[in-house]
Design a protein around this ligand. Structure first.
Ligand code: FAD
Length: 571
């Protein structure tokens, strides 16, 4: 076992992790020593999949404003966003776009050469800056290219982090193994930025990469850092049938329609002023209502659907703005969107909740830990995120947490730790997990988790179904004690990786179901048939879940309402 030391450790090399690394390199003139650890090759981080755009106010002279972006985000959040966070975010975003521009990103442009922007759901102004329908890929590539000029960064690609070492409330390091050799190692660092992404793969019908299993969030929870608002998960309205591949909201931003089996643009019934460009929670609920009331099409495996119709946009526009979407639908389902509608239904997409942080992205209750991007919950999105605000959040909070971590390490020595935590973790993996000889299959339990989430935490939830779901997930937790990791070899032992990921998935799934069961109202991504209304009197507050060996314990925190009072949400 070797020990690696760095001033700052960054867990994750998606947009949030790379933006933080670049900020630290720039601000320290390449002097602060950093380690970036990722379980996949850097450019395979999930962020490369982001398609439609990144939100920012670029043209106040043409009618957009910080107040409007803030209002759209807060109303979109069903008033659960912390408004001080939202204002800080919208004010920082324009510089992030211009910085990326100077760093060389090929933003899509208007004919006069200015950066183009397109409409997105819930935004009252077309403020999605984009690079065709591969925005995430180009953002990642640009951040990575610019990071290459610094030599203060050590990359640990295909290294799997298993736990954080926090002693006396202070971050000291983490444990990880090199997936190529299977060797277990320890990292010491003065500060940690968790940029480990979301939890999408707890669902079986999701837009997310197979690697998005909530590891960084679950490790924080196990280390005593609370999780916030985990019951708020976003269903994206348009997942391709039957794979769940995302049909970006830019399809509707560019003018696409949603139609039911009668050919009706049904959004007129639910959001007449915004139609297809209402926020995602509202569009997803509307699609499911159409399907439940018999106006959908029968799909495979119960995946009934409606149509996303782009045919009226014409081949030129589709090829220029949505070329990747056309490629995907033709390759995966043989549908050419120039000629025929695309079969879609709401798909498990984004985690609004995550590691509980303050407005600076600092994790609650510990020193030396920050969280940025989808893993962190500084409460920007509240109960429902607006499209394009997530890559934006990765940029802003990569920037903020990079600077905060730099300030924190100034003058600090590398911390020492007892070694007990490392030995305990090594034993957990190699003497316990690897040596278990139980009857349970990791793969069957993974499917079971997904089945539970899909059946018990769908777009419309009920207390009864969530209660059953919680019982089922607790059974899986018990059964996990009886798994076998069949592959005992060291190099690229994906059996072990899957077993560790499954443990993380079970923890986050338990928190999100238990949190949902307690929240007796409908707000944003948490829609309950048994409590169909938002209840500000009782539930205008954040859910905070703390780890105990017997399951999560819950507390609640107030929402920062600085500017806009909650009102009825109509579109
Ligand atoms: C298909 C799709 C399209 C999207 N399009 C848009 C869009 O157009 N606009 C928008 O704003 N948002 C979009 N989103 C959302 C957005 O892409 C994500 O929220 C965002 O990219 C998350 O970035 P991140 O940096 O937080 O994490 P990620 O990019 O997910 O990176 C996580 C990193 O953590 C590492 N990691 C995790 N666990 C471990 C471990 N145990 N050990 C070591 N490393 C680990 C991973 O290897 C990876 O490097 C989209 C999402 C999807 C699924």
């Amino acid at each position: 076992m070797s020990e690696f030391t760095h001033d700052i450790l960054i867990l994750g090399s998606g947009i949030a992790g790379l933006r933080a690394a670049l900020e630290i390199s720039m601000q320290s003139d390449g002097k602060v020593d950093m380690g970036i650890i990722s379980k996949v090759q850097l450019m395979r981080s999930h962020s490369v999949a982001a398609e439609g755009g990144t939100a920012a106010v670029l043209r106040p002279e043409e009618g957009d404003s910080f107040d409007l972006h803030a209002w759209d985000t807060i109303k979109g959040s069903d008033f659960l966003a912390d408004q001080d966070v939202v204002y800080r975010f919208v004010k920082m975003m324009p510089d992030e776009i211009l910085r990326l521009d100077r760093w060389g990103i090929p933003w899509s442009r208007k004919p006069d050469g200015r950066i183009d922007q397109r409409p997105f759901g819930g935004h009252g102004y077309p403020r999605a800056v984009y690079a065709a329908d591969k925005t995430g890929f180009f953002e990642m590539q640009t951040l990575y290219d610019n990071l290459l000029q610094y030599d203060n960064v050590t990359r640990y690609d295909e290294w799997f982090v298993t736990s954080y070492i926090i002693e006396d409330g202070v971050f000291k390091g983490l444990t990880a193994f090199d997936m190529a050799t299977g060797e277990f190692h320890v990292f010491r660092g003065k500060a940690l930025i968790i940029a480990s992404g979301g939890i999408g793969r707890v669902s079986g019908f999701t837009t997310y990469s197979h690697t998005v299993t909530g590891d960084g969030i679950a490790m924080a929870y196990r280390a005593g850092i609370p999780l916030k608002d985990m019951e708020f998960v976003q269903f994206h309205p348009t997942g391709l049938i039957p794979t769940g591949i995302l049909m970006t909201e830019a399809c509707r931003g560019e003018g696409g329609y949603l139609r039911n089996n009668k050919g009706e643009r049904f959004m007129e019934r639910y959001a007449p002023s915004r139609m297809e460009l209402a926020p995602r929670d509202i569009v997803s609920r509307s699609i499911i209502t159409e399907i439940n009331e018999g106006r959908g099409f029968p799909g495979p495996r119960g995946l009934d659907y409606v149509h996303l119709d782009l045919t009226h946009l014409g081949a030129d526009k589709i090829n220029e703005r949505l070329g990747f979407i056309r490629e995907l639908t033709m390759k995966f389902v043989g549908v050419d969107p120039v000629k025929e509608p695309i079969p879609i239904r709401p798909v498990w997409h984004y985690l609004m909740g995550g590691i509980d942080t303050n407005i600076d992205g600092k994790a609650s209750g510990v020193e030396g830990v920050w969280a940025a991007g989808e893993a962190g919950c500084e409460s920007l999105h509240g109960a429902n995120r607006l499209g394009t605000n997530s890559t934006a959040e990765c940029l802003v909070y990569g920037n903020i947490t990079g600077n905060e971590a730099l300030k924190y390490i100034d003058g600090k020595e590398l911390p020492k730790f007892s070694g007990d935590a490392v030995q305990k973790e090594k034993d957990r993996i190699f003497n316990d997990l690897m040596k278990r000889d139980g009857k349970e299959s990791v793969y069957e339990l993974r499917s079971e988790v997904r089945d539970i989430i899909d059946k018990h935490m769908p777009v419309y939830r009920t207390g009864e179904k969530m209660k059953e779901g919680l019982e089922r997930i607790r059974q899986v937790k018990e059964r996990y004690k009886n798994i076998t990791v069949r592959d005992k070899s060291k190099a690229y032992n994906t059996d072990l990786v899957f077993a560790l990921e499954l443990g993380f998935m079970i923890d986050v799934a338990e928190v999100l179901i238990a949190g949902g069961l307690r929240r007796e109202e409908s707000r944003g991504g948490h829609a309950r048939l048994d409590f169909p209304k938002r209840d500000d009197e009782k539930w205008l507050k954040h859910t905070v879940a703390k780890y105990t060996p017997d399951g999560p314990e819950f507390e609640y925190k107030p929402v920062a309402i600085t500017t806009w009072k909650p009102v009825e949400r109509k579109y």
